[in-house]
Write a protein that binds this ligand. Structure first.
Ligand code: TRP
Length: 337
């Protein structure tokens, strides 16, 4: 513990499920921030394939998307030399610690998780115990690395808080074992809404309202063309998320893509209607994503390189994870082999 306690840099852990394409939302809300944190923090970024199977996945798609997601992580600027990038199922300690932590988590606590309730309603024909205990595996992810900060969206705050409660409980029973992590929710992180329904979050489950990182320019143009703007008669580019959620979302996207602030976007498009604003937003995203998409395509064709990255990542992750797991096994009373 002592060596772990005198850290030079705080440690960060986060992950995204390879259950669909990475979206504009995952880029603006997560990955872009992860990239920015790499110098100041000791970062561990994971592709959580074990979480993905809590709802049914097609195996070939899961494999393809897992590898493609790694290529996209790197293309976005996550640097395997600075950060640990790895695939969750490659580090067996996640499943093992998950089991132990499950024995320190109450049924009632898991029943209160709003994401479980939502997903159970959506997949009513397949409510597995894996879906139910998903937050326990997530707690294992975080605690194995003794992470200080967990950058996540608002929707994951409850899971990080549960993780903290589990850690605190375990520490209370067995003496200090886990560092208590905190959710790290960037205030700046643009919250990107669906292009089809600007009152709900942009989500891969709503393909037309959702821009993917790997979308071709034509697709981006098409999706923005169909973006819902507002039925007010004003037809002016003005931010008002209450009364004009559609155009406000487009302003947010344009601002995030160009680094401008909202006021400047309004000024730039003063006197112009939605008709000229929408293609301008599409263009900004096309230019932002073009180099990322091209680099991801290049990397995706270089399987040998990707393999070397995930092997090295798994090895480094495993080293840290094993230390924590040993400690835990010892504390609960397992005999070392
Ligand atoms: N549950 C997260 C999500 O769906 C993904 C995730 C799994 C995660 N394990 C994690 C995020 C650990 C942060 C830390 O978005």
């Amino acid at each position: 513990m002592s060596e772990e306690n005198i850290r030079e840099k705080k440690r960060i852990f986060s992950g995204i499920q390879p259950s669909g394409e990475l979206t504009l939302g995952s880029y603006m809300g997560a990955i872009r921030n992860w990239v920015a944190l790499q110098d100041e923090y000791d970062c561990v970024y994971c592709i959580v394939d074990m979480h993905a199977i809590t709802v049914r996945q097609n195996p070939a798609d899961l494999r393809r998307r897992t590898l493609a997601q790694l290529a996209q992580y790197i293309a976005c600027g996550l640097d395997p030399k600075k950060s640990i990038l790895f695939i969750q199922s490659h580090v067996h300690q996640h499943a093992e610690l998950g089991w132990v932590l499950g024995c320190y988590t109450q049924f009632g606590e898991l029943s209160r998780m709003t994401q479980f309730k939502d997903k159970a309603a959506k997949h009513a024909d397949n409510i597995t115990s894996g879906l139910f205990t998903y937050p326990v595996l997530m707690a294992a992810d975080i605690l194995l690395y003794q992470a200080d900060l967990v950058p996540v969206g608002e929707d994951q705050r409850q899971h990080v808080e549960l993780c903290r409660d589990i850690a605190q409980r375990f520490n209370g029973v067995y003496s200090d074992t886990f560092r208590l992590p905190e959710a790290f929710i960037p205030k700046m992180g643009a919250r990107v809404m669906s292009l089809g329904d600007p009152t709900s979050k942009m989500s891969k489950s709503d393909p037309d309202g959702c821009i993917n990182l790997m979308d071709k320019p034509e697709e981006i143009v098409r999706k923005f063309k169909r973006a819902v703007t507002d039925s007010d008669s004003e037809n002016c580019v003005r931010f008002d998320s209450e009364n004009k959620p559609g155009v406000s979302n487009l302003i947010t996207i344009y601002a995030a893509a160009t680094g401008m602030d909202r006021e400047n976007v309004e000024q730039k498009f003063a006197g112009q209607g939605y008709g000229s604003f929408k293609p301008a937003v599409a263009d900004a995203i096309i230019e932002l994503f073009r180099p990322i998409r091209e680099e991801a395509e290049r990397l995706n064709a270089d399987k040998e390189y990707l393999e070397s990255v995930y092997r090295d990542g798994a090895e480094r992750a495993s080293c840290v994870a094993e230390k924590t797991l040993r400690k835990v096994y010892k504390k609960v009373g397992f005999i070392p082999r």
